[in-house]
Write a protein that binds this ligand. Structure first.
Ligand SMILES: NC(=O)c1ccc[n+]([C@@H]2O[C@H](COP(=O)([O-])OP(=O)(O)OC[C@H]3O[C@@H](n4cnc5c(N)ncnc54)[C@H](O)[C@@H]3O)[C@@H](O)[C@H]2O)c1
Length: 383
């Protein structure tokens, strides 16, 4: 069996996503499994070049995982011939500049979302990458969640009949940082540092809606900064300038209406941190990160509105669990494997920079809708 080593810069590896999901759960897990097998029998072996700002943190991570290739000099890493892929999990604001550098260096690029801070910049990156002939990818991890895979299976099998609507609840309480440390980095709550829940979550909602139910044709959003003061990692109180909740309606091609709440200021009375309810003429489903439950029209109860009587039905017990029927691997890892096969073997990969730019566009137009208090149509993006 031939082993094909591929040099990958992992920039932002000290961050939450860079470390846990991309380094540990994806790239190191791929190495632990022996690499990514290709159809021709070759195995792709990620050689990792850790890049970041802090020498100490990089050295510590490298030593912890038996790695020895790391640097604080991105330009030097990009100049190396044995590096073929640049990966970016830095804070969003640093991304565009670094990706531009990587395109100029002729590297293939895989990146966390959002691709850039605005649509014009995202499209520009997509065009520059195309002109340079490099392959691109943007993380769209939610598509690989077991709950959403099962939902997709139901859609493909025609379970719903005609899908009418989708309602989704995403969120949990993010601590303010005063009497208990916040569980998300403080830049998320400062607009001037690239924060905000719309910029963070609408790129996800874009690909989830487009791939499962139809392209988004219009958005109406109301946003809020519910918690206006927070305390940062250094214990300093700061003004939260970014939106921490968004209440949005998305109109999809084909007529489905999707209504999604995203909030870091909500306490969870749900089974999972995100849940989507899909109602169709033939049946309904509720899908979360891992679980998916269904109710067919044939077993749908007929509740009658009567506030004078206590509830007589146990509604939750009337739903049926969709079985896994397969092993679901970590979604970030599955997408990494697909991107590596795309780069090395030319296999198709649909989640490219243009797809990423559509996510950025939805966030941008969601903010326009909220700012101007109106429904905003979403024009088709093309290169
Ligand atoms: N796919 C997902 O589900 C998901 C979830 C959370 C975050 N993200 C994305 O991942 C990226 C990183 O988010 P995170 O939550 O890991 O953030 P984080 O703050 O934990 O990590 C940020 C990383 O960027 C580096 N960095 C580079 N320049 C910086 C600067 N000037 N200031 C601060 N940090 C700088 C940090 O050292 C660190 O390695 C963001 O773009 C975010 O949108 C994606």
């Amino acid at each position: 069996m031939t082993r094909r080593s591929i040099g990958i810069i992992v920039n932002g590896v000290t961050g939450r996503m860079g470390y846990r999901q991309h380094l540990v759960r994806s790239l190191l897990a791929i190495r632990a499994a022996g690499g990514v097998p290709l159809a021709d029998g070759t195995t792709v072996w990620p050689h990792l070049v850790l890049v970041g700002r802090s020498e100490n943190k990089l050295r510590e991570i490298a030593e912890r995982h038996g790695l020895d290739d790391w640097t604080t000099d991105l330009s030097a890493a990009l100049a190396r011939d044995d590096v073929e892929i640049y990966f970016d999990a830095q804070v969003t604001q640093q991304r565009e500049k670094a990706i531009r550098q990587a395109i100029e260096a002729g590297k293939h690029i895989y990146t966390e979302k959002p691709l850039a801070e605005d649509t014009a910049a995202a499209l520009d990156l997509a065009r520059a990458a195309r002109a340079a002939g490099v392959r691109t990818g943007v993380v769209q991890d939610k598509l690989f969640l077991p709950g959403l895979r099962k939902l997709k299976r139901l859609l493909d099998g025609g379970f719903f009949g005609q899908v009418l609507s989708v309602r989704g609840e995403f969120g949990y309480w993010v601590f303010e940082g005063d009497w208990q440390p916040a569980q998300r980095p403080s830049w998320n709550y400062r607009a001037e540092d690239g924060g905000g829940i719309v910029v963070d979550m609408f790129p996800h909602w874009h690909y989830v809606l487009a791939e499962l139910f139809g392209e988004v044709r219009a958005v109406s959003a109301t946003i809020a900064t519910h918690v206006s003061r927070r305390v940062d990692e250094a214990g300093q109180s700061y003004q939260a300038t970014a939106d921490d909740a968004a209440y949005a309606v998305f109109e999809l091609a084909g007529g489905v209406i999707a209504q999604l709440n995203s909030s870091w200021c909500v306490r969870v009375f749900r089974d999972e941190l995100v849940e989507f309810q899909v109602d169709g003429t033939e049946g309904s489903a509720v899908a979360g990160l891992r679980r998916c439950r269904v109710q067919h029209r044939a077993v749908t109860p007929k509740p009658v509105w009567n506030p004078d009587l206590p509830v007589t039905e146990e509604f939750r017990s009337q739903w049926t669990e969709v079985p896994d029927n397969e092993d679901f691997d970590n979604g970030f890892k599955v997408q990494w494997e697909a991107f590596l096969r795309h780069v090395v073997a030319g296999e198709p990969f649909q989640w490219d920079f243009l797809a990423g730019a559509r996510g950025v566009q939805l966030a941008e137009l969601g903010l326009v809708s909220a700012r101007e208090g109106r429904r905003v149509e979403v024009p088709e993006l093309a290169l």
